[in-house]
Ligand binder design. Sequence first.
Ligand SMILES: CC(C)(COP(=O)(O)OP(=O)(O)OC[C@H]1O[C@@H](n2cnc3c(N)ncnc32)[C@H](O)[C@@H]1OP(=O)(O)O)[C@@H](O)C(=O)NCCC(=O)NCCS
Length: 358
Amino acid sequence: MLDFPGKQAKYRQKQGLSRVFLFTPAKHGAIIPLMSSITIPARADAHPKLRTLNILRDLPAVADLIEICFSSTMDSEGKRYVQDMRRAGNDNSFIKWANRAAETTSLPLSGYVWEENGRIVGNASLVPFRHNKQRLYLIANVAVHPDFRRHGIARALTERALQHAREKKVSDIWLHVRDDNAGAMDLYSKLGFAERARRTSWQAVTDIHTPAMNTDIAITNRHPRDWPTQQLWLSRLYPDLLAWHRNWNFRSLRPGFWNWLYLFFVDINIRQWTAVRRDHLEAALAWIPYGRGESLFVATGERSDPVAVTALLLQARRDLAHSHPNIALEFPSGDFDGAILAAGFKALRTLIWMQATL
Ligand SMILES: CC(C)(COP(=O)(O)OP(=O)(O)OC[C@H]1O[C@@H](n2cnc3c(N)ncnc32)[C@H](O)[C@@H]1OP(=O)(O)O)[C@@H](O)C(=O)NCCC(=O)NCCS
């Protein structure tokens, strides 16, 4: 699925592992430019209770900790993730593979834990990614047991994770934090992370009887002439800066015979609709059925009518009913929230994407 490019996706499928659930992680879709780089204090192995994650034996305890720390916000995907982690911790072939793959695969296989009397009470995972030939890390699963909070443990673990990145000569570090998690945001801001984007994940049930909107906007199949505008809008809404987190790109939406042939052979049934008012393109919607993730991609311009977005999403809820009970969308928070809600979608979470450059 989206978080597991290439080989890792296959391995994950084989092992029955679900995607990385990022327990870190947000109003406007704008990408916030990088203001400055930060200096991380050189505090390697800052504390005797802080040590490297040992995947041979720590995964079940880390899974327990994550379950306790994220119980109030954990959805079914999060629960599955924790189960996977426990299962992986008891699977010798996985552990053997994971030991070798920790620095190359986009799974939370390396990181740091904090121990009190032999018990893991703090964790910070490091998930490596590669984008445009550059390596980057996502810091995820930052969690401290409720009995041990406000003693600087999360700060020490996150600082150690940043130090790890520096040792590996990786200077681009990201994390996701829910927009209702002020404490964690404070922690990360103090460590030099800055907000780059806010994005909301939405979900809706499909229904063949979803009513159409009474509007002068017509919904049609995407016409090839709309592609340049759609592409431009998509590149603004799903910017390259954030593209390391996905293993697909928008080339598969191009019109033309060769792309059609390619999609035919790889058996991907992409659907595309446009919302048009008097020959004027208002918005476009694409459905890329990759895995279980956010598979709807809305393209809007700065002056697009929100009604067009609602009409497109209603169409998708209706047209996809025969094959998918639920559909999902991830989109910059803000301007079109009302339009997405009006189409019967429910906001699952809003994540702030924060970045630090070392
Ligand atoms: C967020 C969490 C990891 C913080 O762990 P912690 O060990 O208590 O954090 P620290 O003691 O290192 O705090 C460092 C700084 O973070 C900020 N901070 C941490 N918790 C805070 C809270 N509850 N309210 C306000 N600020 C908070 C403060 O600025 C704090 O510095 P200060 O103590 O000097 O004021 C912990 O509360 C937790 O596990 N929460 C549940 C899981 C979670 O939300 N994880 C983060 C996912 S992005």
